[in-house]
Write a protein that binds this ligand. Structure first.
Ligand SMILES: [Zn+2]
Length: 83
């Protein structure tokens, strides 16, 4: 199915089970350090590519698993949207 249909299904299922389904702007969710907010590709750094599965923030030196870091940023954006 198309992406739009998929989102409609998630909305329906969420309502069915009394949960809330929202979407967030995915901009920079991968490139942003969840710990300090530094954005890769700024300040003379290179953007992460799809091949970069793990990386270390050049500002705060926290080591990240790419997808875990992005998931944390998405969760933070979602919570901020609900507030
Ligand atoms: Zn950082």
């Amino acid at each position: 199915v198309g992406w739009r249909t998929f989102l409609e299904m998630l909305t329906y299922k969420a309502e069915l089970y009394g949960r809330q389904f929202i979407t967030v702007n995915p901009k920079n969710t991968t490139q942003t350090c969840h710990d300090c907010g530094f954005v890769m590709g700024t300040g003379g750094t290179k953007k992460l590519t799809l091949a970069d599965r793990e990386w270390t923030c050049p500002k705060c030196h926290v080591h990240h698993i790419r997808d875990h870091n992005a998931a944390q940023n998405i969760l933070t954006k979602g919570i901020a949207k609900l507030a």
